[in-house]
Ligand binder design. Structure first.
Ligand code: PAF
Length: 282
């Protein structure tokens, strides 16, 4: 596996692959890789001839009181893991490489509307940071396909909209969420939780499953289902920020005849903020 931190080297190698008729899949990550990331890598390998993984802890998507400084960084271990998984190229740029004139004066990409609800309401500016960095990564790597995790459902919906609106010549795919045996969605931030907290956090997925069961049984009072799921997350000892039942794709409010739904939630446990979602097809 090649490991580059310079944009020119990445561009040259990927251009070589394309000239030889190969296709390229990109998996953008912030590192501290776990099984969930590795499932994205496996999906990427099934989608294209060459797999590129980027590791970049992007400062512009963290709020002022969030964990940018403390975000777990494990580049050498990640690099070994990716190499063993058969990844062709690891792009691990510095902040200076990605934002040569400073992140605060860099051009941004904003997807209005979708970026302002749910996660966007609780993390102002977060999605602008995500879309701005992913747009750069796509321009640098020029992949045929880019793979993201379904755990960040709203992020994926926003990135799809960005790619469509900006006519980016790339196909975006989402890979289903990997879960611990107890149902907890895998996340780099789970490492902040002790064993008891990991057990408590399983209430998130259980509440989503409960909402799913009720929807499948015919319940259509969405606000009531959201309230019930929030109450059971709270009863388990977490602080729910929201539970929302929305249309898949554009995250609009569902109607009584909607058939493709997603139940999304965010909850706090101590200083850790966790998100999860479940797609429900009626
Ligand atoms: O999902 C993530 O890990 C990040 O938001 C991403 C897509 C790598 C952009 O920094």
């Amino acid at each position: 596996m090649k490991r580059f931190d310079s944009i020119d080297e990445v561009r040259a190698l990927i251009a070589e692959w394309h000239e030889a008729g190969g296709t390229v899949a990109l998996v953008p990550t912030m590192g501290n890789l776990h099984k969930g990331h590795m499932s994205l890598v496996a999906r990427a390998a099934g989608e294209a001839d060459h797999v590129v993984v980027s590791i970049f802890v992007n400062p512009t998507q963290f709020g002022p009181n969030e964990d940018y400084e403390d975000y777990p960084r494990s580049l050498d271990a990640d690099s070994r893991r990716l190499s063993q998984a058969g990844v062709d190229l690891l792009f691990a740029p510095s902040v200076e490489t990605m934002y040569p004139d400073g992140a605060d004066v860099a051009t941004t990409v904003n997807v209005p509307g979708l970026s302002d609800v749910l996660e966007g309401e609780h993390r102002p500016g977060h999605f602008e940071g995500v879309t701005s960095v992913v747009c750069r990564l796509l321009n640098i790597c020029n992949p045929d396909v880019a793979v993201f995790g379904q755990k960040d459902y709203q992020q994926f919906a926003i990135l799809k909209r960005m790619a469509a609106d900006l006519q980016l010549p790339v196909r975006l795919v989402a890979e289903p969420t990997e879960r611990e045996q107890n149902g907890l969605a895998m996340s780099s931030r789970n490492g902040y939780l002790d064993d008891d907290q990991q057990q408590t956090a399983t209430a998130i997925y259980k509440s989503l499953q409960q909402a799913q069961t009720e929807l499948l049984d015919g319940a259509r009072d969405y606000p009531e289902l959201e309230r019930a799921a929030e109450a059971s997350i709270k009863a388990a000892g977490l602080s729910p920020e929201y539970v929302a039942i929305r249309e898949v794709g554009d995250l609009s409010q569902p109607g009584p005849d909607s058939t493709d739904l997603v139940v999304l939630t965010a909850a706090r446990l101590g200083k850790v903020r966790l998100i999860d979602n479940l797609i429900v097809t009626l």
